[in-house]
Design a binder for this molecule. Structure first.
Ligand code: NDP
Length: 507
């Protein structure tokens, strides 16, 4: 597919001089996988899209291969790009995260005018977005950090979008984003999340939950493949079946596909030729670091990030093999169960229930992190709306999110999703299976860090008394860190070194 450019760029004065034949209502800067797809998506929905890339070759490729899909105005320079935008100008940046994004924001801001909107749709750290928004606002422009999920295909066909920034910028951007985002049950998967960095914060937590979800599915796979001895095709059938029920989701769906895939070169299951070291680009780590600084335990996400870390410790793992660390042999650990069809089916159902319960915990923790982030950074975030915009377009899209939005939309006040009647009952129903799976995994030597840490979180939450009392005693003993009493308000310290260990009230 090749065509001439829709509008030939003419020399235009960016401050309102000569006027081009037609101006674009929106522009995209950065035309690699994500930017080119987003520009095409915008063009498919009737927008006239100005496009610019640092190296013109990408712009040419976009126009040559997809120019006939809609109206594009290509530019060779950033000055021409800005001049090709109708005022107030709206430019979406989709370049490499970090310094390149800062450079591009500043270059655009130098050419733009008060009232114009710069959108960073890349994967930015939310604190960078807060900093950038403040700096750009001081120059009279709007800056919107917008989380985009769904990868290249989502950007083209409809992503889930999480814009931050001012209400005013949302008035301009909202109607456009609503047409290009994914649609779930007739609703666009985009909402104004909150001011400055709120959108990128929520996108970050989305990615953290994605880490936990993927790890949970992998732990289920490991239990059934190594422990139960199921083949990849049998496992694909199990996941395909699971996808018809409570676990119906994009990640379960693609898991069945990945399991069924055979390597063209060797004919082996694809999973057996893939190096078992999980990569990461940093958003999971940000989610955990942020949770730590907010004091919010996101144990499921944390263990998922650490599990990827352990998988990538190639030298350490190789050394462990040579040292022969002792323990049970996971392969065929559940062969007795596998031999009996009824027991085998019951075990698979236990794993499904354990996955469901652990997943509820991971989401509950992720939503708590959003709540705590909103308090810390003064954002008004509608948690029900967040769940709704994750139902389509993004990697964690799942039917289950309807239940989360129902819980938050009910208006009931609760500190954790685990207290919502639906989720409380779901976990109660699943917990016998969950406990069996964690216990059996430990006995078999199969690591299930997110299953087990989620269960520990649940049990920690429901415990009337926690051993934290002992920790307080130890802290007071060695560091005079003080403690509270259950029967009297105030701050206390025990004089541990003195005979009689007298207690003194400090406040
Ligand atoms: P890359 O992250 O690979 O970035 C490549 C693009 O950045 C090219 O257009 C490149 O221009 C441009 N670029 C790099 N350095 C500079 C610079 N100093 N000045 C100007 N332009 C520069 O592209 P992707 O499409 O994969 O991702 C774009 C953004 O979207 C990133 O922030 C990414 O984190 C985010 N994102 C990516 C997702 C994905 O699935 N890939 C999902 C969601 C968000 P040139 O061609 O001239 O080198």
């Amino acid at each position: 597919m090749s065509r001439t450019l829709v509008v030939e760029q003419s020399a235009i004065d960016t401050k309102g001089g000569a006027v081009a034949e037609e101006l674009a209502n929106i522009g995209v800067v950065g035309l690699a996988a994500m930017g080119a797809s987003l520009a095409r998506n915008l063009a498919h929905h009737g927008n006239t899209v100005a496009v610019y890339n640092r190296h013109y070759s990408r712009t040419e490729t976009l126009i040559n291969e997809h120019g006939d899909e809609g109206k594009f105005i290509p530019s060779k320079t950033l000055e021409e790009f800005v001049a090709s935008l109708a005022k107030p100008r709206t430019a979406i940046i989709m370049v490499k995260a970090g310094d390149p994004t800062d450079q591009m924001i500043n270059a655009l801001a130098d050419l733009m005018e008060p009232g114009d909107i710069i959108v960073d749709a890349g994967n930015a750290y939310f604190k960078d977005t807060i900093r950038r928004e403040k700096a750009i606002r001081a120059r009279g422009l709007h800056f919107v950090g917008c989380g985009v999920s769904g990868g290249e295909e989502g950007a083209l066909k409809g992503p889930s979008m999480m814009p931050g920034g001012t209400e005013e910028s949302w008035k301009t951007l909202g109607p456009i984003l609503k047409t290009i985002s994914a649609q779930a049950e007739g609703e666009p998967c985009v909402t104004h999340i909150g001011s400055d960095g709120a959108g990128h914060f929520v996108k970050m937590v989305h990615n953290g939950i994605e880490y936990a979800d993927m790890q949970l599915i992998s732990e289920s796979y490991d239990l059934m493949r190594r422990g139960l001895g199921l083949s990849v095709d049998e496992l694909a059938d199990v996941f395909a079946e699971w996808n018809k029920g409570d676990l119906d989701s994009y990640l379960i769906e693609i898991t069945a596909e990945v399991l069924r895939h055979k390597d063209a070169k060797t004919g082996k299951p694809f999973l057996d030729i893939v190096v078992d070291r999980a990569g990461m680009k940093g958003t999971g780590t940000w989610t955990v670091q942020t949770a730590l600084s907010l004091g919010t335990p996101v144990t499921g996400i944390g263990e998922a990030v650490f599990a990827r870390g352990l998988s990538s410790e190639a030298d350490l793992r190789a050394e462990a093999q040579t040292k022969g660390l002792a323990g049970p042999e996971p392969e065929g650990a559940f062969s007795a169960i596998a031999a009996d069809p009824e027991e085998r089916a019951a075990f698979i159902e236990d794993v499904r229930q354990a996955l469901y319960a652990s997943k509820i915990v991971a989401y509950a923790q992720g939503f708590n992190e959003i709540e705590e982030g909103a308090k810390e950074y003064n954002w008004k975030i509608d948690l029900g709306a967040v769940a709704r915009i994750w139902r389509g377009g993004c990697i964690i899209r799942a039917k289950f999110l309807n239940r989360i939005s129902d819980a938050y939309d009910s208006g009931e006040q609760f500190g954790s999703l685990l207290f919502d009647p639906f989720f409380k009952a779901a976990v109660e129903g699943a917990q016998a299976s969950w406990r069996r799976v964690v216990a059996r995994a430990a006995e078999a030597g199969i690591p299930v860090p997110v299953f087990s840490s989620s269960l520990a979180y649940y049990d920690g939450l429901r415990s009337k008394r926690l051993p934290a009392a002992l920790i307080q005693g130890q802290r007071d003993f060695f560091g005079a860190h003080t403690y509270g009493r259950v029967d009297e308000p105030g701050v206390f310290h025990t004089l541990w070194a003195e005979p009689g260990r007298k207690e003194i009230k400090q406040a």
